[in-house]
Design a protein around this ligand. Sequence first.
Ligand code: CA
Length: 533
Amino acid sequence: MRLNFALAAAAAMIALAGSAAHCSAAPAGAEAFDRSVASADNFEPAIPHPEQDAAVKAKLAQLRDKVGRRPNIVWLVVDDMGYGDPGCYGGGAVIGAATPHIDQLAAGGLKLTSCYAQQTCTPTRSAILTGRLPMRTGLTRPILAGDKITKNPWADEVSLARLLSDAGYSTLLCGKWHVGEEEGMRPHDVGFDEFYGYYPAQKEISQRVDERRYPGLVRDPRRLAAFEGAGPEDHLTHGFKGGRTERLAQIRSIQDMGRADAVLTEFTVEKIKQLAAGDKPFFLEHCFMKVHCDNFRNPDLASLSESKYPYKEAVSEVDMHVGAIVDALDQAGVLENTLIFFTSDNGPQMDAWPDAGYTPFRGAKGTTFEGGVRVPGIASWKGMIQPGRVSNDVFDLMDLFGTALTLAGASTDALPADRYYDFVDQTSFLLHDQGRSNREAAYFWWGSELMACRMHEYKIHVKVVLSQAPHMHIDLSVVNDVGLAPWFFNLHVDPKEEMTVGHRLDPWMATVIGKLKAHAATFKTYPPKQIGL
Ligand code: CA
């Protein structure tokens, strides 16, 4: 099995590091370097911060006394937005598409600069709802039309939506889903009270109607008919817990596709009014269709960006909708009792350039270099998160799972004990004025291959995705083993991961590879699930 190979590779590298013992023996301070402590065999070890935890617990109790109900949780997930796209991450007006609302969200809260996603859509979207890596749930790559999955991964996964639902929350997913279209795999089948959105990504929908890019499909009635039989759902779908599912408007033109995010935002804004007036706290996951290729300008709007490129228009439109959603929460009077988290599900898809985002890092979507997995991450909570905070501590988007459980007062005791959980509860990191991350390391997989690990300022790669043509990180790439030594980068001095410091130059490589090996070993105790992807 490939996993065993990865384990063997990791073990070989440990031996290699040891062979250079005269200069890089496992350091005496390895335990202090790795500050994490395991609370149980099946939970990712976390860095203990008892004082930080206690202070935040008191702060939350105080808010609860004041407001009288548990906090709302709102996730804003953009599709394929690059780390460098928002102005507050160095992009914005500098690259032709100002993002004043996203910037304002960051200025009013906590901007994370080492926030990590998985390297493609389905893996991230499933991981944040299960608190588990794709390699554990089987959702190791995007599900595409025609995929024959042998087992419904949700049959035995417990989603955050279900847990929060059971804990008394209203739960809504609005926008893109991309974790299965079949009955039993839809948002309203796996725990959400309500789903209003599209199952697949924009390109999968718009290829039916985009004559310029897909003439061989759009202008050939026979092929189009054949495609209609196997293609992904192109209707707006409204689903309700219990199974009722309504097909609403079909996307019949690229103009319709261009309007999709405005329609979704309108729904979310209206729902916020209803949910805020209701008697339950709510969990709302709003997933934008944009800025995944292919982006089409919303014909109902005047041009929004200085650049005018479709991608840039999409960035500015998403920014506008972020502003509208935050404003709706404000108008509903719930901003002081709502954690808002803004992020992207993976790095920019450079294969679609120039309909693609910007990252200052190496690689892009589809790779486990920083460009593929380091994404914007903004936590905002009026009165609870000190405005203007910035942290470079490691945060994995799966941590949203554990944080949401804590905010809802839901115990991890409710989680099945027969499996491993990769999330870390980051409530105290996000909410303490001087909060430090409770996560020691983040791990990166590509399909079923264990690739890399980020720990402190270091990133180690035991395998790499290399593109065979510039920026073709998906369509023309290969997964390679590294050579005799792992690729080991110090991201403080080499954020583009170009200059390995190797085992000769840095004393911590053996410790970091030990961390990677310990991670791989959890799959021996808790074997991965196969679903035929
Ligand atoms: Ca994506």
